[in-house]
Every structure is written in C-alpha cells, then in structure tokens.
Design a protein around this ligand. Structure first.
Ligand SMILES: CC[C@H](C(=O)O)C(=O)SCCNC(=O)CCNC(=O)[C@H](O)C(C)(C)COP(=O)(O)OP(=O)(O)OC[C@H]1O[C@@H](n2cnc3c(N)ncnc32)[C@H](O)[C@@H]1OP(=O)(O)O
Ligand SMILES: [Co+2]
Length: 133
C-alpha cells in the first residue's frame, strides 16, 4: 500500500457540501464525476498528496444512500493508492481480508478500485485504488 489516495465522505447534497468544503479547505473541487455503477456523484478536492472525495447518492440503492440512511453523513471510506491492484488483492485475500469485488472495477478519477469488507478491517471500509496509466 502506498499513501492515502482519498478519504470518502458521504453527503446528502454535493452542492451544499462543495460549498462547505471549499470554505474549509480554501480550495475549489477540481472535478465532479458520476460513477453510475456505484450510484454516486463524486466531487474531488486536492489536499496535498491526499484528496477529499465527497459522495452523493444518485439512487436509493446506492451504498451511499444506505449508509446515510443508517448512519447519517460522515466519513465513509479510506482509499489507498496501490501499485498493482491485482497482486495487492491476492495478497490481502491470502491474509484473510474479505474482498467485496473479486475483479478490479472502474472507479472515479481514472482509477481501478477494489473494496474490503469492513468486518475484516476493524469496521473501516477500505478502498484500493490503482491509477489507470
Ligand atoms: C468507486 C467509485 C468511488 C471511487 O472512489 O472511485 C467510490 O468510492 S464509490 C463508494 C461507494 N461504493 C461502495 O461503498 C462499495 C463498497 N461498499 C459495499 O459493498 C457496501 O456498502 C458494504 C458491503 C460495505 C455494506 O453493505 P450494506 O450497506 O448493504 O450492508 P450493511 O448495511 O448490512 O452493512 C454491513 C456491515 O458493514 C457496516 N458498514 C456498512 N458501510 C460501512 C462503512 N462505510 N464503513 C464502516 N462500516 C460499514 C454496517 O454498519 C454493518 O455492520 P454491522 O456491525 O453488521 O451493523
Ligand atoms: Co472512493
């Protein structure tokens, strides 16, 4: 695992939270991107080497909608940059971590991603990200 690539924050309104985080961070989001497969609209802020990813659900079945329904807005996941996502997935699986997808899937911000089940990571939803070259 390399650095923390982004921290994912579940929000009800991207418009409102974009404004709040722009004030908080002193920067504007550098991109907004929908990921239909996840039922999310994302907004990214660069904060040094790491990013803040705000996530709004675009349908009621979205993991973000379910999260907010159960827990309200807040930190949703931590994403780590990895060099080779497939070898990292193999390594983590052999270490007993539970992969939520067996094949890397297309995420936002030009990444291939995989998620680990929180029950195998001390209740922290972990995302692996590999930059698509
Ligand atoms: C990929 C695009 C973008 C990117 O960066 O590129 C994204 O980051 S998209 C982010 C949204 N997508 C995902 O989160 C995909 C992975 N998530 C899932 O598969 C589910 O959300 C899952 C399995 C984590 C939870 O599924 P579900 O909500 O259906 O199950 P439960 O509500 O029963 O939860 C089971 C258990 O997990 C706990 N939980 C749920 N979400 C989280 C969370 N974000 N962090 C920590 N723990 C979480 C929940 O409380 C339950 O625990 P229990 O003790 O049984 O109550
Ligand atoms: Co993410």
């Amino acid at each position: 695992m390399q650095h923390v690539e982004h921290i994912g924050i579940a929000v009800k309104s991207l418009t409102e939270s974009n404004s709040l985080f722009s004030k908080l961070l002193g920067v504007q989001p550098y991109k907004q991107e929908g990921v239909e497969s996840e039922g999310v609209l994302t907004s990214f802020f660069q904060t040094g080497q790491t990013k803040i990813e705000l996530l709004e659900a675009t349908n009621p079945d979205s993991p973000i909608a379910k999260f907010i329904e159960k827990k309200g807005e807040g930190i949703h996941h931590i994403a780590f940059e990895v060099e080779d996502i497939e070898s990292e997935m193999t390594r983590l699986k052999s270490e007993g971590f539970i992969l939520l997808n067996e094949v890397p899937k297309k995420g936002a911000d030009n990444k291939l991603v995989c998620f680990l089940h929180p029950k195998s990571t001390n209740s922290v939803l972990v995302e692996l990200c590999q930059t698509i070259k």
